[in-house]
Design a protein around this ligand. Structure first.
Ligand code: KPL
Length: 357
């Protein structure tokens, strides 16, 4: 891919959670002079940003001395924002890193400023978000030139508590712990969106993201594999109230994870290979190894769902295990254990190890 020219257009980031902060930090660290704009969706973030010294602080478990990135532009995009859209520059490069359930509202807010030929990159958990945004927010013919990319991140990132590094902090803050390096796989949502792209090039250049570009088909497979990872780890960390790594150390929890997996895998297979009946066993073996490997890699992290519950936010359970319930129902595949888990997470119920032995 060619190196972009000396005056790259700003990359705007909407959704300044852990992944949003990681991307912002990585972009600035890799090219300090290239513009990155943080889009704040609530006015309170401005004072939090000032309190943080207008910088993002980054640590990893192996080098705990904090690094800082500065030089960001910030803009308020809340519905009550005072600046009329016409006075603000058009957005060509947009990263959406909001929670899955907030995507359509976030895009509607920013839509008047989006360039009709711009690129949106979705960096979120769950499945089908970009396609649904396209249907619900950008259905008009005037948006036919918009390019959609998605990213699958396996980085483990959390916001540290004020004192200790050992548990995630409730609420905001502009500090992150990059607990597991992971990878960032980027790909076009539609084969026609493939091709050179300045925003994607800058992300690939940013070393700490470990990013690479996939084809459209590879992206779809990566998204579904990540869906399985999230469905096996995130809700279990909530009901057992634990770190990711605490799931794979207890045989009872591993056995439960495996039962959830066995129930979900035929649904995933049907999504990846519609109409095929051969090959499910090999698919399941390879996928279970993948889930296990990622769980091991991100063992030092708190899952995003754990962090959502700790911060009193809604969870993404409907876009993760909920996908297996919906897609399973459409295909006559039953997923009762996943349904129980969805119910437990929604009701905020915890499970003790004795309950599953
Ligand atoms: O994506 C994640 C998440 O927490 O949502 C994993 C990979 C499980 C890292 O914690």
């Amino acid at each position: 891919m060619p190196v972009p020219g000396p005056f790259p257009k700003p990359i705007h980031i909407l959704g300044i959670g852990n992944i949003g902060k990681l991307l912002a930090y990585a972009l600035k660290q890799s090219r300090p002079s290239a513009p990155v704009t943080l889009l704040f969706h609530r006015p309170g973030l401005r004072s939090e940003w000032s309190a943080a010294g207008q910088s993002i602080t980054y640590t990893t478990p192996s080098s705990p001395s904090p690094q800082k990135a500065t030089g960001f532009d910030v803009e308020l995009v809340s519905a009550r924002s005072s600046a009329p859209h016409g006075t603000l520059p058009e957005i060509d490069n947009l990263i959406i890193a909001t929670k899955t359930y907030a995507t359509a509202a976030a895009l509607n807010l920013i839509k008047p400023r989006l360039s009709r030929h711009g690129t949106i990159l979705f960096v979120q958990n769950g499945w089908g978000t970009a396609a649904s945004a396209r249907r619900s927010v950008f259905s008009g013919p005037e948006w036919a030139g918009l390019k959609y990319w998605s990213a699958v991140s396996t980085a483990g990132v959390y916001t540290p508590s004020d004192g200790a590094q050992s548990s995630p902090r409730k609420g905001g803050g502009f500090s992150i712990v990059h607990a597991a390096r992971g990878t960032l796989q980027l790909g076009p949502v539609h084969p026609l969106c493939q091709g050179e792209n300045e925003m994607i090039t800058r992300l690939v250049e940013a070393d700490i993201l470990n990013a690479r570009v996939l084809s459209h088909d590879e992206l779809q497979l990566a998204q579904l594999r990540k869906l399985m990872v999230n469905a096996m780890i995130n809700p279990l960390t909530v009901v057992f109230n634990c770190k990711n790594g605490d799931l794979i150390e207890k045989p009872g929890r591993v056995a439960l994870m495996r039962r959830l997996f066995d129930e979900a895998v035929p649904v995933l297979f049907a999504l990846v290979h519609p109409g095929e009946t051969e090959g499910l066993e090999e698919f399941a073996t390879e996928l279970w190894e993948h889930v296990w490997r990622v769980a091991h890699d991100v063992r030092e992290n708190y899952s995003s769902m754990y962090q959502d519950v700790a911060a009193g936010r809604p969870t993404e359970i409907d876009f993760i295990n909920g996908v297996f319930l919906r897609e399973g129902r459409r295909r006559g595949i039953e997923t009762p254990l996943n349904a129980v888990l969805v119910g437990l997470v929604k009701r905020g119920e915890r499970v003790k190890d004795e309950d599953i032995e």
